[in-house]
Design a binder for this molecule. Structure first.
Ligand code: FRU
Length: 431
């Protein structure tokens, strides 16, 4: 990753000549998405059934590491910290979204995670969804970006920032301490970003969530990408135009990062896909690698793609974005287990990337093979639903990144966020 001005201690340069010039979003087109293809390089190995959870009491799903302003993963006095969406594991998996609480876990070796506690005392929202966490090493405080969500069934979403927590470490563990201040970062404007009301008229799922912080590698501006939708005026869920996912971006207008302005999205998938979830960047060789996760069920009519990590590469923030591996597919679940994992997060590692994810409905098979479908899970007795759900860290995958091509090269042991690479999956787990 480039260090840029942030490395010199300068953060927000909004308004200066060096600032990003907003441009019209590039598109992930239907023609590009028609090139999505599962190959050996883009298909994850089938996950074994015997993984263990990093938590004894909670389902865990979307997970993100504490990073510095320049994007490196933080180690404080030898401790690495990750944050996860969690919910009590006596809930059926589908009920967890309405109860999501962000908790932290810490480790000395990138696996062997120990449970900390809640990330926040009094966050905004009925519950909290995904985000990202930045540690300012000079201020010694965490800037924690998350999604404040209203209760089921509306799930209205507002990107939020909780700041003020600091970190205490000891020989046995880590504690987050200090009072936090919480602010809402923005709401959809109805033109670049679809509002909740516009989505209801349109009749498919709504999103304004998953803020992911980064420092612009050249200008040093403080920016956040997030998942949203572009209003297209289409009210017909059978019309591809109704599938209007975008990757939005906002820019801080003060050094405290408490005030933000919406910029036009960096990428849109109008006519292609409804949800570009948990967007995030990896910077490598002066290139902007933009990653996002998406579902089989959110592709527009006439297109198909798996539950997967998708990615694009560009020379600058406003593109043009070239889909990786032609169609955009980077890590697909295998055909034999199409919902085994989800919510991949790509992180720079050596010359390539490591992608972390969680175990989703591991046991579910492809319906074309006569097995139960994802939609049917919710009708099973609670114990059977829980049996099918992983709710823990999946094995991370290491990938090579070469221009616009990627290749899955190694599978790590489950719960291993970053290598320690292990070349084979032995039954002698270190936990
Ligand atoms: C991805 C996701 C995120 C959201 C969270 C809700 O797995 O849908 O977009 O923040 O899960 O549980």
């Amino acid at each position: 990753a480039g260090v840029g001005l942030a490395g010199l201690g300068l953060s927000s340069v909004t308004g200066s000549a060096a600032a990003v010039e907003p441009r019209e979003a590039d598109q992930w087109t239907r023609a590009e998405a028609a090139n999505i293809e599962l190959t050996d390089d883009t298909t994850a190995p089938v996950i074994e059934e015997n993984s263990e959870s990093i938590s004894d009491d909670y389902w865990i799903w979307d997970t993100w590491p504490l990073r510095t302003r320049d994007g490196s993963i933080v180690k404080i006095n030898g401790w690495q910290i990750v944050f996860s969406l969690t919910a009590p594991d006596d809930l059926v998996p589908g009920a967890r979204h309405n109860e999501a609480t962000i908790r932290y876990f810490y480790s000395r070796n990138g696996h062997d995670w120990q449970e900390g506690g809640k990330a926040f005392d009094a966050p905004l929202g009925h519950h909290q969804w995904a985000g990202s966490a930045m540690y300012d090493q000079d201020e010694e405080q965490i800037y924690h970006f998350y999604t404040a969500v209203s209760s089921y069934p509306e799930f209205r979403q507002k990107p939020a920032l909780g700041k003020g927590a600091s970190i205490e470490t000891g020989p046995k563990g880590v504690e987050l301490v200090g009072e936090q201040e919480h602010v809402i970062m923005g709401t959809p404007d109805g033109e670049m970003y679809q509002t909740y009301e516009q989505s209801i008229e349109q009749g498919i799922v709504y999103a304004f969530r998953d803020p992911w912080y980064f420092t612009h590698p050249e200008t040093g501006e403080d920016l956040v990408v997030f998942e949203a939708n572009t209003p297209t005026g289409s009210r017909d869920p059978t019309n591809p135009e109704s599938f209007n996912g975008n990757i939005g971006v906002m820019r801080a207008t003060n050094d405290e990062l408490t005030e933000w302005e919406l910029l036009p999205p960096v990428l849109e998938a109008i006519g292609t896909n409804q949800q570009l979830e948990r967007p995030h960047y990896v910077f490598k060789d002066g290139k902007w690698y933009l990653f996002t996760i998406s579902h089989q069920f959110t592709f527009a009519p006439g297109l198909s793609g798996p539950d997967a990590l998708y990615g694009f590469v560009a020379d600058s923030m406003y593109g043009d974005y070239e889909p990786l591996n032609e169609g955009g597919l980077v890590i697909s679940n295998p055909d034999e287990a199409p919902f085994q994992a989800y919510s991949w997060l790509a992180m720079p590692h050596g010359d390539g990337i490591v992608a972390e994810s969680f175990e989703n409905f591991r046991g579910l098979d492809d319906t074309s093979r006569g097995a139960i479908s994802l939609d049917e899970v919710g009708y099973l007795p609670p114990e059977e639903q829980k049996e099918l759900f992983g709710g823990s860290l999946a094995p991370s995958l290491k990938l090579e990144l070469d221009g616009a091509e990627t290749r899955i090269v190694t599978e790590l042991q489950d719960g291993h966020f970053l290598p320690s690479i292990k070349s084979s999956r032995s039954p002698n787990r270190s936990r």
